[in-house]
Design a protein around this ligand. Structure first.
Ligand SMILES: [Zn+2]
Length: 352
């Protein structure tokens, strides 16, 4: 096929002590051979206007007298790091143009990724800080449809991190305010609202068929209920949140492909029961007083890293790191912890 390409706009060139640097950050190539440097620079300039690879071969043969092996070498440099994009992929003022460059940089086919996203329906279960931030990122990225599930009203203390809400929204429904704000940011997106709580398996019918459920609520047993419903309806889901200062996302559970939440070890959770009644009672009194700290930046970290994985999963590009892993970014130490999800062969929920 005579497909024409242009130099990806995210490619920069410059000389360093090591040689000619082509690209930037994670897509950088260093060209040390002086002969190759000239032809690489010439090729980069050649693709400032659209050309096919066949035309490039003619250009390098005629104007640079390169042999076939050297031409292969030049083409390899450009192809391996996604330095070239198909012509007409990048249209500066097009709505998703900068996202498309990111998909291309990550090895995805930009138009294909955008098309995938424009056909996806995501349920946001819990419309607090995480739901606000993941929701707005999905809406602005061009996901087709969101269903917002929550029955809470907005409180003044929510405004520190639930940044879609305004002071005028205090006392109003979270789903209604989010729906309004999301629609303002992308009127093409379909927003459904459900003022409910998924707090038991009986709520099975409430969960619409969709491509992904994002759980960002903390009601008791929510993971078990959603796990049971999602595995029986074959809907992927991911839990996103924080534990004190730790931003946490994943695992991204995919029925039919990964082990489920019931398989995922609960060995890290301390239990608060004792055979001694008075000790159990003391623990109960202490724990009933618990209130999770929550700060905007940690909500944002968990939400943004989770959203990147969600876009990769839904758009089918790059690697979603939370598939089979629960990832924690410890903000006090900037360490990353991964807990891997192992199959439990006797699990009755996911092993068929
Ligand atoms: Zn399981």
């Amino acid at each position: 096929m005579n497909q024409k390409y242009v130099l990806a706009p995210y490619v920069k060139v410059g000389f360093s002590e090591k040689g000619l640097e082509l690209g930037f950050g994670s897509i950088q190539s260093t060209i040390t051979s002086p002969q190759l440097q000239n032809s690489i620079l010439a090729t980069a300039a050649y693709f400032l206007s659209p050309h096919s690879l066949e035309e490039l071969v003619g250009f390098l043969k005629n104007d640079y007298q390169l042999d076939d092996i050297s031409i292969e070498e030049v083409i390899d440099v450009f192809r391996k790091k996604n330095f070239l994009i198909e012509e007409n992929i990048y249209i500066k003022n097009e709505r998703y143009s900068r996202h498309k460059l990111f998909y291309s940089l990550s090895g995805g086919a930009p138009i294909g990724v955008q098309h995938e996203l424009s056909n996806k329906h995501v349920v946001i279960l819990g419309c607090g800080g995480i739901g606000n931030l993941i929701g707005v990122n999905l809406v602005t990225a061009g996901v087709n449809q969101l269903t917002l599930i929550d029955n809470d009203l907005i409180e003044l203390s929510n405004l520190t991190r639930q940044i879609m809400f305004t002071e005028e929204d205090v006392g109003k429904s979270k789903t209604a305010a989010l729906s309004r704000e999301f629609q303002r940011r992308n009127s093409n997106v379909i927003i459904n609202v459900l003022n409910e709580r998924i707090d038991s398996k009986d709520k099975y019918d409430l969960l619409p068929s969709c491509d992904l459920v994002v759980i960002s609520g903390d009601s008791n047993g929510i993971m078990n209920h959603v796990n049971a419903i999602c595995y029986s309806k074959k809907i992927p889901f991911i839990n996103v949140g924080y534990i004190q200062d730790v931003a946490v996302w994943g695992p991204l559970f995919i029925p039919g492909s990964t082990a489920c939440y019931e398989c995922f070890g609960k060995n890290n959770i301390a239990h608060s029961t004792s055979s001694k009644k008075d000790i159990s009672e003391i623990m109960r009194k202490i724990n009933v007083n618990y209130q999770a700290p929550s700060i905007g930046p940690v909500n944002m970290l968990a939400s943004s890293l989770a959203t990147l994985d969600i876009l990769k999963f839904l758009g089918k590009f790059g690697t979603a790191h939370s598939i089979k892993s629960r990832i924690g970014l410890w903000t006090h130490s900037l360490e990353i912890e991964k807990q891997h999800n192992q199959e439990n062969p006797s699990c009755i929920t996911c092993i068929q």
